[in-house]
Design a protein around this ligand. Structure first.
Ligand code: GAP
Length: 511
């Protein structure tokens, strides 16, 4: 997708009430966005799908809703005060600021693309006899590219682990990484920047204390782990899920809702017996990819990216990357977090956070496998993948959002053919029959064709048209968004048809 197409996604999101820039009348607030009337519905539907798939479909997973404010020691214990940093670098000519790790990863991605080009060329040349693995391990140029990637990443990981920021800068210079805006290599030194937002609790007179807006929802789960385990009589392995806001003072805020300063996470911590975490890590990687694939987008839109540089709490980590309009980027993280967090909270709080395993007859601090997906990124994945311009047989084109029907903001639009002859009243009856189960929109303005197009562009999967024949024989026309096909059915069959087309439970059964 080109830059123009991505701009089109952003413009469409605004025009159809999905996403607005926050505080727009004051010229906006950078990297903060509001969800409009359609956006809020789509977002709620994504949440319901995730929550259902994780909590409703698993007997051993329960959901909580913890507060955004937490005791400040939480963040000392979790390591976020000391280690939740991004390495920053500025280009002195363009005055643009970058994350050093992103500059390096983008550089590596360019080398990967060169490999892909070589592979594509060779595949064409060798035809059916082409074997990718063999080609990649023998072609000197490709072998060289792979070596380059390995050496850059190894050096980067090593210097970050040693907190050798001077070497990170040196690596950028050695690799001749240029500022994408100025094209120069006139870089400042690399320095660390903590991403947490601080705020004050209590009046100054009482001695206010500094709180942080949570940078991840996970810590609310860790702090409640024993409360939930005991009150829910949970037996290991079990999970705790949560959906909620998180806040990060992102240095490089760009790419629309991909990187925001206020965003929402859908996280699940799965507590397991020590030593079994890698098995669960693999299982959750698989399960989460299946959840994404169940949406029906082409599976080539997803890929795993195993982390080379691990976060301070993890012993294994992978991203599920999605092909966003600006390339493959992280959509969800699956992390094996060991017992790091619970052990740290034991140490800082002085409270035991152990589990008595009746099968082993012993106490231990459980290990944790986490799945963490950004709700806003999921929203962007759906929006950008669904928005299509279709060329029609009559030479015209239409804009349509093929949002999976069970996630669509409105499920049905009810349209009286004319604004007279009792058709609006009859259409209102149809709305009233559906609105207890579904989000339904009534629209009588403009010609019917224009109304269909408006609903296509907003992603409404079904349009129901009430005409003069409806008054006579109680039948309706149902038009399907994706095929534009129309069928005529008796009014009393409508509820069942809609339920079948937009059913969330049918979706769960695919998992
Ligand atoms: N608890 C683990 C954790 O927070 P993370 O990889 O930093 O891990 C998890 O974040 C997910 O949250 C990411 O995969 C991404 O989808 C989403 N996310 C992170 N930062 C974000 C931001 N600034 N804007 C939007 N989504 C973000």
């Amino acid at each position: 997708m080109s830059d123009d197409q991505f701009k089109n996604v952003i413009a469409h999101a605004k025009e159809y009430g999905f996403i607005f820039q926050s505080s727009e009348i004051y010229d906006g607030l950078s990297a903060v966005y509001d969800y409009g009337q359609n956006g809020a519905l789509l977002k709620n539907n994504i949440k319901a799908y995730w929550w259902g798939a994780m909590v409703q479909m698993h007997e051993n997973i329960v959901g909580i809703d913890s507060a955004i404010f937490m005791h400040p020691t939480t963040w000392k214990a979790s390591g976020h005060v000391d280690a939740f940093n991004d390495p920053l670098i500025d280009n002195k000519d363009s005055k643009k600021r970058y994350r050093a790790d992103v500059l390096i990863e983008d550089h590596v991605e360019k080398i990967r693309q060169k490999i892909e080009k070589e592979v594509a060329k060779a595949a064409k040349r060798f035809g059916e006899s082409f074997e990718r693995e063999q080609f990649e391990s023998t072609n000197p140029r490709v072998v060289g590219y792979h070596e380059k990637i390995r050496s850059v990443m190894d050096r980067f990981v090593k210097s970050m682990e040693a907190e050798d920021l001077a070497d990170v800068k040196q690596l950028i210079e050695d690799e001749q990484i240029k500022c994408p805006v100025s094209g120069s290599m006139n870089w400042t030194d690399v320095r660390q920047f903590n991403l947490m937002f601080g705020t004050q609790m209590g009046s100054v007179a009482e001695g206010a204390s500094t709180l942080y807006l949570r940078p991840e929802t996970a810590q609310g789960i860790f702090l409640n782990y024993l409360n939930v385990q005991k009150t829910g009589r949970m037996k290991i392995p079990f999970g705790i899920a949560q959906i909620g806001k998180a806040f990060r003072n992102e240095i490089v805020a760009r790419q629309f809702i991909f990187r925001m300063r206020e965003f929402e996470q859908m996280e699940m911590q799965f507590f397991v017996r020590p030593g079994t975490e890698m098995e669960w890590y693999e299982k959750w990687k698989e399960k989460r990819l299946a959840w994404h694939n169940s949406l029906g987008f082409d599976s080539s839109n997803y890929r795993f990216h195993d982390h080379e540089k691990l976060a301070h709490y993890a012993n294994a980590a992978a991203d599920i990357e999605f092909k966003f309009p600006f390339g493959f980027k992280e959509l969800e993280g699956i992390h094996s977090r060991t017992d790091f967090d619970l052990k740290q909270h034991e140490e800082f709080s002085g409270k035991k956070l152990q589990y008595f395993d009746p099968e082993l007859g012993e106490n231990y601090v459980p290990y944790v496998v986490e799945t963490s997906i950004g709700l806003d990124r999921m929203f962007l994945a759906i929006l950008s993948n669904s928005l299509q311009t279709e060329q029609l047989e009559d030479g015209s084109s239409r804009t349509v959002m093929n949002i999976p029907a069970f996630l669509a903001p409105y499920k049905v639009a009810v349209l009286p053919l004319l604004k007279k002859d009792g058709l609006p009243e009859k259409a209102r009856d149809v709305v009233n029959a559906l609105k207890f189960d579904h989000m339904v929109q009534y629209d009588e303005k403009d010609a019917i064709g224009k109304r269909y197009r408006r609903q296509d562009a907003a992603g409404t999967p079904l349009c129901v048209t009430v005409d003069h024949q409806t008054l006579e024989d109680h039948t309706l026309t149902v038009r399907f968004r994706d095929t534009m096909k129309q069928i005529r059915i008796p009014m009393d069959e409508l509820n069942e048809l809609v339920a079948q087309k937009v059913s969330l439970s049918a979706q769960f059964s695919k998992l």
